[in-house]
Write a protein that binds this ligand. Structure first.
Ligand SMILES: C[S@@+](CC[C@H](N)C(=O)[O-])C[C@H]1O[C@@H](n2cnc3c(N)ncnc32)[C@H](O)[C@@H]1O
Length: 217
């Protein structure tokens, strides 16, 4: 077969080799390489992913931002539920995970970025407020200043009835930690996950939260 000189052969998508590895294998490899920056050796189960979204009123939500999407188990559940009027932004720092997310969810707004850049990501899209922050970030293992800053940005962007949802693979352990930031913290245990996990749903950012310095906002 000959090819006209000006006819470009399609280049293989960058995620092609990524597609060959199952999600759990990619996650385990990343965990072995990066440890606490990934924090989980396997993607969240369907049970945990659905629990992360329980109670969200998808008819009302105008904007949802997911932080730390990994291979996308929660993203998949979000995309099944979001309505056409809802803006969904999916943030993930790792390029291999982003390649997989883009291959799996073509057309979704996948931002390869640090969650600490949340304000810039929202500003560049002209979005002032968010109804739900859905975080899979390993926040407890972040340096305190970074964790404070990400939670502060999230909280300042939340609509009055909005919430900050945080995934965990260590049930109940961090309840006190999230109570330092929010007045209301509910925890739902999800045993059907490997390892058992759960979801903190947090509301009402505290005026005395670590890192709450409105002057610097
Ligand atoms: C525990 S995994 C959760 C993955 C996925 N949400 C799930 O439930 O299976 C944490 C994810 O957060 C990502 N991550 C860690 N630090 C981040 C940061 N500063 N900004 C954006 N993503 C980050 C990691 O690359 C990883 O994909």
């Amino acid at each position: 077969m000959t090819t006209a000189p000006d006819e470009k052969l399609p280049s293989p998508p960058p995620e092609r080799s990524e597609k060959r590895r199952p999600d759990w294998m990619l996650m385990t490899q990343k965990f072995l390489k990066h440890g606490t920056a990934i924090a989980s050796f396997s993607p969240s189960s369907g049970f945990l992913s659905r629990a992360m979204l329980r109670g969200i009123d998808f008819d009302k939500a105008q904007c949802i931002i997911e932080l730390g999407a990994g291979t996308g188990p929660i993203t998949a559940e979000l995309l099944k539920r979001v309505k056409p009027h809802t803006k969904l932004i999916v943030v993930e720092r790792d390029p291999d995970f982003c390649a997989r997310l883009r291959a799996r969810f073509p057309g979704a707004d996948i931002a390869e970025a640090d969650a600490a850049k949340m304000d810039e990501l929202l500003d560049s899209r002209g979005i002032p407020t968010v109804d739900h922050v859905v975080s899979g970030l390993p926040l407890p293992s972040f340096p305190a200043e970074l964790r404070d800053a990400i939670i502060a940005s999230s909280a300042r962007r939340l609509s009055p009835e909005g919430d900050f949802r945080q995934l965990t693979n260590m049930p109940y352990v961090y309840w006190r930690l999230y109570r330092k930031y929010f007045q209301q913290v509910k925890f739902e245990l999800v045993p059907l996950n490997m390892p058992p996990g759960g979801v903190y749903t947090c509301k009402k950012y505290r005026t005395d939260a670590p890192g709450n310095n409105p002057a610097s906002a």
